[in-house]
Design a protein around this ligand. Structure first.
Ligand code: ADP
Ligand code: MG
Length: 577
């Protein structure tokens, strides 16, 4: 930030996306809160009075001196940029100098502000945004902006707005979306003088999400921060970009950083893709391309029709982002899009594998302890309906897992250094086969061909789409001349091919093939066979869930077992002495 407020020169104004930004109470909240964050606030109180069309935002940021306070609502006046060049170095949320000016035109605006060590001032503005009344006030350092009677002279615009409850939801979502990008801020939100919700600060977004999604706990989430090089094509002119990260978010020097918070697929997912979120430099943005990258990277780790919880925050050199695609800055032009897509895919891949550094034994023991207590109560061991499960103690691939027994011809009991796991044999094998198929979808000749009857044109087309050679073979009969390598020697090859003809893309065909070929539950296995399966499974890319999204293993860590068996009790006491 450059200091005092100045009017932007016309050539800069001409480069800025114009458009109406104040279209609702939620937009007022967004603009005022962004100003508070730009002023370095760590505590922000928002109050909304729907009946009065009033919003008040109070912050503990830097505040303004009297001169700035009087200029704050004039047209195109900002302290954040000055010249055209500055448009490529934006590190603040605001830069157009238009929000307060528009608000003054559409509502009654009052701002009280005080810089530490100076006197505080209160100022009101006319509809042109010129300061009207000014007087000294006693307030804490920071700024309190009150906007009242929004659209009071524009009744038609009020009528065009959604219902009050919908507006309430939009305001809540607005604040939450900003909060996940600024985790170190404390939020207190009221409506009609009553407490509405609060958000406590956290070190990262991992601590914020569980406050917003009640069913999600901190340890259901995996987080990862990666330093990534700035892509070549956008590097020109960025040499002096020393530090562009926004306020409290992790700092990198010359490169960019990618912060990822991911709901572990065996623990949490959603009915809608409403928690697939991307932020760049402190602001959530809509990016269909990057959102699709997330969905693709998480494909086949979640149950059907379920969506991940995934938040990606890119801290990118400002020269790589053009905010002038959308008046409310909800969409951006991002340079080197495919580069960022690749970075995101890799980060998700990494997070799903999990490093030992992220493991939290305490929380895990607690959860297993609870699971055991629940199962003891029910009298039978019960893997409940919820997809929640315990996390493995470190990178699964690095754990020495030793098969010790097969239970009910269904589970492999494996031991390792700090506990034991139950692995369901069918889905573990399914995960192995599925990844093999994705890596190498191999079709081999069928001799003699498999004959299928009564195929519809749609089925025929489907089989051809996944690469099968198929030709008419008499009345209502077709000869299939090749098949996926995994299926071709199976007795039920014809059934499997029929199943594949029923639809889906190649990926679904691979899932169906893996499922059909995997060891059935109920099949006895030798220790050697189990060991081979464990070794293959733990090296898969997504060992937690099968391609349908079911959890594959249940860990029973020693720490949790010790607690369950009360091993910490004094021996004499537990023997009743
Ligand atoms: P912009 O944020 O694009 O600069 P605004 O109209 O939102 O434009 O704000 C105009 C100016 O008023 C800002 O550049 C900033 O200097 C000052 N300002 C607004 N809100 C605050 C605040 N809460 N604390 C300190 N200064 C503020
Ligand atoms: Mg602003």
């Amino acid at each position: 930030m450059t200091g005092s407020i100045q009017t932007l020169p016309t050539e800069v104004v001409n480069l800025i996306a114009a458009g109406e930004v104040i279209d609702s109470l939620a937009a007022v909240v967004r603009e005022l809160v962004e100003n508070a964050l730009d002023a370095g606030a760590t505590r922000i109180a928002v109050a909304v009075w729907f009946d009065l069309w009033r919003v008040r935002v109070a912050d503990n940021g830097t505040g303004m001196d009297l001169t700035d306070l009087q200029k704050a609502a004039s047209a195109h006046s900002t302290s954040k940029i000055q010249s055209c060049d500055d448009l490529y170095k934006i590190t603040s949320l605001g830069f157009r100098g238009e929000a307060l000016h528009s608000i003054a035109a559409l509502a009654e605006l009052e701002i009280c502000s005080r810089q530490t060590g100076f006197e505080g001032w209160r100022c009101t503005y006319n509809t042109q945004g010129e300061a009207e009344e000014t007087e000294a006030v006693a307030i804490a350092p920071g700024t309190v902006v009150t906007v009242s009677n929004l659209f009071g002279k524009w009744r038609l615009r009020r009528q065009g707005l959604p219902s009050r409850s919908q507006q309430q939801r939009i305001i809540q979502a607005t604040i939450q979306n900003i909060a996940i990008c600024h985790p170190s801020v404390t939020w207190q939100v009221q409506h009609s003088d009553r407490s509405w919700f609060t958000i406590s600060p956290g070190q990262t977004t991992q601590q914020i999400i569980p406050q917003l999604l009640k069913q999600v706990r901190v340890h259901d989430l995996q987080q990862l921060t990666l330093d990534v090089p700035t892509p070549e094509e956008g590097k020109k002119g960025t040499q002096e970009t020393k530090e562009f990260t926004y306020n409290s978010t992790p700092k990198t020097r010359h490169g960019a950083s990618l912060h990822l918070v991911l709901g572990l697929p065996d623990r949490c997912h959603r009915r809608r893709p409403d928690w697939v979120k991307v932020a760049t430099n402190g602001r959530l943005v809509r990016s269909p391309e990057l959102e699709q990258t997330i969905l693709t990277a998480m494909a086949k780790t979640l149950p059907r029709d379920r969506y991940p919880i995934c938040f990606i925050h890119l801290q990118i050199c400002p020269s790589q982002i053009d905010w002038n695609r959308h008046p409310a800055k909800a969409e951006i032009y991002l340079h080197s899009l495919s580069y960022w897509q690749e970075q995101i895919s890799q980060a998700i891949e990494k997070a799903l594998r999990i490093g030992a550094e992220n493991f939290d034994t305490a929380s895990q023991s607690h959860r297993v302890g609870k699971l055991l207590t629940a199962s003891a109560k029910k009298g039978v061991y019960h893997l409940d309906e919820s997809p929640k499960q315990e996390r493995n103690p470190s990178d699964i691939g690095l754990i020495e897992l030793k098969a010790v027994a097969q239970v009910r011809n269904m589970y492999i009991l494996a031991e390792h250094d700090t506990g034991m796991w139950l692995i369901e044999q069918h889905i573990a094998h399914e995960r192995v086969l599925y990844e093999q198929l994705c890596d190498r979808w191999q079709l081999v000749p069928l001799e003699p061909p498999v004959i299928l009857n009564h195929l519809t044109p749609v089925q025929l087309e489907q089989l051809q789409r996944i690469g099968l050679e198929i030709e008419p073979f008499g009345d209502q009969m077709w000869a299939v001349r090749n098949a996926p390598a995994l299926l071709h020697q199976r007795d039920d090859c014809a059934d499997a091919l029929l199943e594949l003809s029923l639809g889906g893309d190649l990926q679904n065909a691979q899932v169906a093939t893996a499922c059909r070929s995997a060891i059935r539950n109920g099949t006895p296995l030798t220790l050697d066979q189990m060991q081979t399966l464990l070794n293959q499974w733990k090296m898969t890319r997504h060992p937690r869930t099968c391609p349908h999204g079911r959890p594959i293993y249940l860990p029973l860590e020693e720490s949790a077992l010790a607690r369950f068996f009360r091993r910490h009790w004094v021996i004499g006491k537990s023997h009743g002495i």
